[in-house]
Design a binder for this molecule. Structure first.
Ligand SMILES: [Zn+2]
Ligand SMILES: [Zn+2]
Length: 335
């Protein structure tokens, strides 16, 4: 079977390797896989791990051989929850398996899903209903993490909510907030076409960071945002979030910040008595909630897929995903 492996810094190969032996697990034929920032970090060797390694953790496929318990029948379309947990550590035993101390991610810590066939324990499978296309399904893993993040905050339809950073995740946050009844919804980013998409997905107003303060003030009658979702993952945008949020407000830090040296407006944290949430990963029920919502047809998931390439063009997928003109880049294994 064909698989996409990283073999060294910024070096990948499309190879023919033996199909994995499922043992008690389910064998799944992969249709499409999504490429994301984590894959790019693995590809560039910014995250250490085994080499060569089959990359990828976002996928949709069909069960070809059920696991030994037969929980999911052959022919069922599924996604695999790509996180592994030990079940033994204190966090697993506190039912925080998504934060497991010995946890791992497919395609980062062990062979992933950029392959024609993958095996997975039955309990890691999430069934995808017929009404959700393969293209839409290729963003469901990211959607699960956005659902997980939004579960941290309670919003009311009259709240003013701002989303900073309108990549795939930011645009999913816009859609989730619109689905939650938020109409004073503001999208902030640099590129006009992403601002246009946010408008299409339910944002009442959009702006670049330069115009953000005015737009938030206009929509909130000067109070500032009740909630700001930071989905860009850099210090500059977290600083902007702390400026845009109103007194007593909440900031949902979805982006992964690993450092910075510009200084945050720390006084805002105190003076506005702010609450920051920093949710990580997703739980099985978050994936199911995202899939459920996708099945209602209320989300625009296919519009988030801007590039689809065949497995033999996997290198092009990695170029596209690093280009600001892309949103979700998909490798099509059926192609
Ligand atoms: Zn991902
Ligand atoms: Zn654990």
């Amino acid at each position: 079977m064909k698989a996409v492996r990283v073999v060294g810094p910024s070096k990948l190969e499309v190879v023919d390797i033996p199909q994995p032996d499922p043992g008690d697990d389910a064998l799944i034929r992969v249709h499409r896989t999504g490429v994301c920032g984590t894959d790019v970090k693995v590809f560039k060797d910014q995250i250490p791990g085994p080499r060569p390694l089959v990359m990828g953790h976002e996928m949709v496929g069909t069960v070809v051989e059920p696991g030994s318990r037969g929980l999911v029948a052959a022919g069922t379309r599924v996604l695999i929850d790509p996180a592994t947990a030990c079940g033994f550590c204190d966090l697993c035993r506190r039912d925080l398996r998504h934060l497991c101390r010995n946890g791992g991610l497919l395609g980062r810590d062990s062979d992933g899903v950029f392959a024609e066939f993958v095996v997975a324990p039955e309990e890691k499978l999430h069934v995808i209903p017929d009404g959700v296309s393969d293209a839409a399904a290729s963003v469901l893993q990211v959607l699960g993490t956005c659902v997980h993040a939004q579960r941290a905050v309670s919003v009311f339809p009259t709240d003013t909510v701002t989303v900073i950073g309108l990549g795939v995740a930011g645009l999913l946050h816009v859609q989730l907030l619109a689905a939650r009844g938020i109409h004073r919804l503001i999208g902030i980013t640099r590129s006009q076409w992403k601002l246009d998409l946010a408008g299409e997905f339910g944002a009442a107003a959009t702006a670049t960071s330069a115009g953000a303060e005015q737009v938030v003030a206009d929509l909130s009658e000067g109070r500032g945002a009740d909630l700001v979702v930071e989905a860009a993952g850099v210090e500059e945008t977290l600083a902007l979030a702390l400026e845009l949020v109103g007194t007593g407000g909440e900031v949902l830090v979805y982006g992964t910040l690993t450092g910075g040296d510009q200084g945050l407006p720390y006084y805002n944290l105190y003076h506005k008595e702010l609450t920051l949430y920093n949710p990580r990963a997703a739980t099985p029920t978050d994936y199911d909630a995202g899939i459920d919502l996708a099945a209602t047809g209320r989300l625009h998931l296919e519009k988030l897929v801007t590039h689809t390439v065949g497995v033999d063009q996997a290198d092009m997928a990695f170029e596209a995903v690093q280009d600001s003109s892309s949103l979700k880049v998909v490798i099509d294994f059926d192609d």
